[in-house]
Design a binder for this molecule. Structure first.
Ligand code: GLN
Length: 492
């Protein structure tokens, strides 16, 4: 058998169920791999090793006890270790959001997405690194240090769910939760050669997800295959009375599809997603992956999403505007870091100036400006109108095609520090991922090859609202025919 930390979610669950592996052994194997590589990768902000082992032993005991009552169903993910991005709360474990301001914040409640997975039986080994409040594309904006890309530790893992992506790529954990407001699951998945799902807005509850851009935020999964991501995704999804934007949708019982499913499936390739300045190998590998799907029976056609070029300016007005409102709560009084001060306004000022990092301050200023009297209509109001046009682009495209295929990013992983002094270059990383968040549709990123420097290249599939199922199915069939997702970084 594979070494336990190398097992996929599917393999691990099989081994746990047939008794060839205990949750304690599996969890220990993951913790050992973390111990071995954490000094090189730095994927975690907080490890909960003791608690994880305790929960793993409890899962094993429960499985043992159930042998005497074979009719009682066990939770489907019983004993499976996972990691959680440090932007989702877990009661009693500190939740920093990658920020000094929340360095000592211990939430008294658990995010719904996390709770549903706990109810399904998972064991949480720790909280992964993130750009501060999920603002970034490289995990360099974390107050707790950068995460290094396991494929090349001079490079970034992407962001903001860089810790989760790096941990999965480095075989520290079979799967991890991330969040995606403008690409933060898909872009790090692409940079680290793993599979990541950004669900439809409203499909997974945002309760307990620390708010960044509330009309864009989603909770997703990073894993080593589409099938593994699907196994964790469905238990998280569905209506939650604690998040009014979730809706009742029949929970799909996703099963690996038959290859017939690809016959005649209409795949649209948007011409706006292939830019002259992009890395040629990215275009080459993405086009080759689309060709593979065509060889398997899909009907490929070029389409247009004409307002794509406006997604970047629209997102960088709407997301900072929402962030500036959401982050007003960190005032040194209610939660988080509190500075020494004589007066109340000094307390607010100092706590925020000392607690927030540079990128977060930049976003708060941009957002406050965009919302200020006299500018509101010209910026925020206008951005909302263009957002509608972007959503309509997708609606029109989905009248012609079933799914859309495109690159995730214009380049492979860049060097640490490369965009440090150029926020615009950093924002440009998101050109291909932002439109789905603005439109609210789901997107799935998965590896389709490597560039000359052995860095992973990702492709993303996008589908109409609430059609995650078709994304998992197509990516799964692709992964049945190819081996890109099986490659492991040299350091493991
Ligand atoms: N890179 C984008 C930003 O900085 C997206 C981040 C995200 O999805 N959380 O806003």
């Amino acid at each position: 058998m594979e070494k336990p930390h190398n097992l996929t979610v599917r393999q691990a669950l099989t081994a746990l169920k047939n008794g060839s592996l205990s949750s304690e052994e599996l969890t220990r194997a993951c913790l050992t791999q973390i111990e071995r590589l954490e000094g090189t990768v730095h994927a975690f902000i907080t490890l909960t090793a003791e608690k994880a082992l305790e929960n793993a032993r409890a899962a094993d005991a429960r499985r043992m006890a159930a042998r005497r009552h074979p009719d009682e169903p066990l939770p489907p993910l019983l004993g499976l270790p996972i990691a959680v991005k440090d932007l989702l709360t877990l009661s009693g474990v500190r939740c920093t959001c990658g920020s000094r301001i929340l360095e000592n914040f211990i939430p008294p409640f658990t995010a719904t997405a996390v709770q549903r997975l706990l109810d399904a039986g998972v064991v949480i080994v720790g909280k992964t690194n993130t750009d501060e409040f999920a603002m970034g594309s490289s995990t360099e904006n974390s107050a707790f240090g950068v995460t290094f890309n396991p494929w090349d530790t001079r490079r970034v893992p992407g962001g903001s769910s860089g810790g989760s992506a790096a941990a999965v790529a480095a075989r520290m954990i079979p799967a991890a939760l991330g969040t995606d407001t403008g690409g933060s699951v898909r872009q790090p998945a692409a940079f680290c050669g793993v599979t990541g799902i950004k669900p439809t807005y409203g499909r997974v509850s945002r309760y307990g997800l620390v708010a960044y851009g509330s009309s864009l935020d989603t909770v997703g999964v990073l894993a080593r295959s589409a099938e593994d991501a699907a196994i964790l995704f469905w238990p998280m999804a569905g209506f939650d009375p604690l998040d009014a934007t979730t809706i009742e949708q029949p929970a799909a019982d996703w099963q690996p599809p038959s290859p017939e499913m690809l016959r005649g499936l209409r795949i649209g390739v948007p011409k706006e997603y292939f830019l002259p300045g992009m890395q040629p190998e990215v275009e080459e590998k993405v086009r080759a992956a689309i060709q593979t799907l065509a060889d398997l029976g899909a009907a490929v056609q070029e389409i247009s999403l004409p307002h794509t070029e406006y997604a970047l300016p629209v997102y960088y007005l709407i997301a900072p505007a929402e962030a500036s409102a959401n982050l007003a709560r960190y005032d040194g009084v209610r939660f988080g870091y509190r500075a020494e001060a004589e007066t109340l306004s000094e307390l607010f000022n100092r706590s925020r100036s000392e607690g927030f990092g540079a990128e977060v301050k930049r976003r708060i200023m941009l957002g406050t400006y965009a919302l200020s009297a006299g500018y509101y209509e010209a910026y925020y109001g206008q951005a909302q109108k263009v957002r509608t046009l972007i959503r309509q682009d997708f609606e029109q495209a989905f009248q012609q095609v079933d799914v859309i295929a495109a690159p995730v990013t214009p380049t492979t992983a860049f060097r640490i520090g490369e965009h440090r002094d150029d926020p615009l270059a950093m924002y440009l990383e998101d050109v291909f991922t932002l439109p789905t968040n603005l439109a609210g549709v789901p997107g799935l990123a998965f590896p389709v090859g490597f560039d000359r420097q052995e860095l992973p290249i990702g492709m993303q599939l996008m589908a109409p609202h609430f059609q995650e199922e078709i994304l998992f199915s197509i990516a799964h069939l692709y992964q049945q025919h190819t081996r890109w997702h099986l490659h492991a970084p040299p350091l493991i």
